[in-house]
Design a protein around this ligand. Structure first.
Ligand code: CA
Length: 327
């Protein structure tokens, strides 16, 4: 992997991370991953990433917008912007790479001698991440999930780092803020960043393979809020009301155990009681068959749902989060 711009230069530069990829349609071809570096004066380095999964759009929109508009004079420190981290997946509008099937968020710490996705992960892990003090990695639900818009941090064993991440997630200012307990972060960018001791914020801002005006506005405001909170941008964080959500255990998740037609019974953000039906699955082989109701296992509100009209056995049907009140 070769950057086409100096990553440690001052001022504003647009370029690429260029990865050799010899293939049928381009013998000496490369994968070109857009990168923008904006540096000025003294301050922290913040790495901003979108397109970790290629079918999630709020992050790429907010980060292309930021890379276009932000000038060096606006910055104290350094901002490194990768709007479409897994560029092959992003250009194919897919969660995973069409080159090697690689899921970027299961590829860390990567392998410089591995597949294209593993090589991208390795370069981010070994060359880019050590430069950063803080990382914001944008996610949304992709084509198959839709989320209430939230920023999140993980429960971490180091209390200082845990507090720094939680405070940064709150400063993002999404309508919801989540503290997540990650049981298995094998291969995830999140874990790689956190184990390196950095401040880390992630998001889920919508989904269904598209981006809404409301969620794009949350992403644009959130990234500027975070940069302001970290001291890279001047001014005050635009504080918004945010509700704190918790997803404490496996009872939050409902998975389909049959195929069929997905009928939502409530919408995102609606309150639920344990035992309440949240969706039903209609068999589609014939008329006259009863539907199967999917039932919430705990009180809370609907924070995510299956997005496509058809659902398959094993798909995540719904996620219920506990509402802890105003953050
Ligand atoms: Ca994602």
């Amino acid at each position: 992997m070769t950057p086409t711009i100096a990553l440690d230069g001052m001022g504003k530069a647009h370029g690429f991370l260029r990865l050799p990829h010899s293939r049928d349609d381009s013998a000496w071809g490369h994968v070109m991953i857009p990168i923008c570096v904006i540096a000025n004066g003294q301050g922290p380095t913040v790495l901003l990433t979108g397109g970790n999964h290629g079918d999630e759009y709020e992050g790429p929109i907010a980060l292309h917008d930021l890379a276009y508009r932000l000038e060096a004079a606006d910055v104290a420190g350094r901002v490194i912007i990768l709007p479409q981290m897994n560029t092959p997946a992003f250009l194919a509008a897919r969660r995973t790479s069409p080159i090697d099937g690689g899921n970027m968020n299961r590829a860390f710490p990567g392998d410089p001698r591995g597949t294209v996705t593993q090589k991208i992960a390795a370069y981010l892990n070994d060359a880019i991440l050590p430069m950063a003090d803080a990382v914001l990695d944008f996610h949304s639900g992709g084509k198959t999930l839709d989320f209430l818009p939230f920023a999140a941090s993980h429960v971490l064993s180091d209390p200082m780092q845990d507090a720094a991440c939680a405070t940064a997630a709150r400063a993002f200012g999404a309508p919801f803020t989540v503290k997540m307990l990650e049981i298995d972060d094998t291969g995830m960018f999140d874990g790689a960043v956190e184990r390196a001791g950095k401040t880390f914020v992630t998001t889920e801002l919508g989904g269904a393979g598209m981006a809404r005006a409301e969620t794009v506005a949350i992403a644009k405001r959130g990234v500027r809020n975070l940069l302001t909170h970290l001291g890279v941008l001047r001014g005050a964080v635009e504080l918004r009301e945010s509700r704190l959500l918790d997803m404490p255990d496996a009872d939050c998740f409902t998975f389909a155990e049959t195929n069929g037609l997905y009928e939502a019974l409530i919408d995102l953000g609606a309150p639920l009681r344990a035992g309440q039906a949240l969706a039903r699955i209609w068999p589609v082989e014939a008329t006259g068959k009863p539907p199967l109701d999917l039932v919430a296992k705990r009180d809370g509100l609907l924070v995510a749902r299956h997005a496509p009209g058809l659902i398959k056995s094993g798909d995540c049907a719904a996620v219920v989060a506990v509402d802890l009140g105003l953050a």
